[in-house]
Design a protein around this ligand. Structure first.
Ligand SMILES: N[C@@H](CCC(=O)N[C@@H](CS)C(=O)NCC(=O)O)C(=O)O
Length: 226
């Protein structure tokens, strides 16, 4: 079996509930059906700055992974590692052209979407909007441009006819953004993201497709259910 993990201790994944970047890693593992040891950390308990965790990721950020001697951070680097470690099903395409398109999508998401959504979601989650409305609205405008581009070309999946690392990289970022956009503090902003299904119907269907994947429920941020 390609994903047989009967030998050796399981891969350990360090994460916090609601981190879109950590969610990418959980989704990748779910799609692979790969067993792993879940290390759910709590920021409020200082667990991201404990010496034990800093030994895994000196940046003190999640996601992080430990597999035997290997320790690493950075969500998409971890997803790439998981793809090599558990080859089935492939998340970076079945040929070079598909891999190229998947990687281009990922880099576009990392370079043009995440820098904007990161600021917006953080500001809304910790209620630090006051005085930053103008810059946050400008960021939201750039997000809408990027989402509009994706909306015009998304089919069943972002690339080709199978879910890939491109979908995995984008979904949690959008899910966190939409959750943030529903916070009361968002009323002070001109985000124009909701109702998402009316503004971006194809992307909304794509989100539903991701949410219907086997194993998706187990990746859903536990504190979002509370
Ligand atoms: N580029 C990193 C971003 C990781 C990141 O910013 N994680 C946040 C959680 S969403 C974190 O650990 N923040 C804790 C901190 O900065 O102290 C990745 O893709 O993994």
């Amino acid at each position: 079996m390609a994903n047989d993990r009967s030998k050796g201790p399981p891969v350990e994944v360090f994460w916090i509930s609601g981190s879109p970047y950590a969610w990418r890693v959980l989704l990748a593992l779910a799609l692979k059906g790969a067993p792993f040891a879940s290390r759910l950390l709590e920021v409020s308990k200082g667990e991201l700055s404990s010496p034990e965790f800093l030994a895994v990721n000196p940046r003190g950020k999640v996601p992080a992974l430990r597999d035997g001697e290997l320790t690493m951070g950075e969500s998409m680097a971890i997803v790439r590692y998981i793809d090599r470690r558990f080859p089935d099903p492939p998340l970076f395409g079945r040929n070079h052209a598909a891999e190229a398109r998947i990687n281009q999508n990922i880099d576009e998401i990392e370079n043009y979407v995440v820098p904007e959504t990161g600021w917006i979601t953080r500001a809304l989650f910790v209620d630090l909007v006051a005085g930053k409305e103008e810059i946050l609205n400008a960021r939201a405008e750039r997000v809408r441009t990027e989402l509009g581009n994706v909306e015009t070309r998304v089919n069943t999946w972002l690339v080709g006819d199978a879910i890939s690392a491109a979908d995995i990289s984008l979904y949690p970022v959008i899910a966190a953004l939409l959750r943030a956009a529903g916070k009361p503090a968002a009323a002070a902003l001109d985000l124009r993201l909701l109702p998402f299904a009316e503004r971006y119907p194809r992307l909304a269907q794509w989100c539903s497709r991701v949410e219907a994947l086997p194993g998706f429920d187990a990746t859903y941020p536990p504190h979002w259910r509370e």
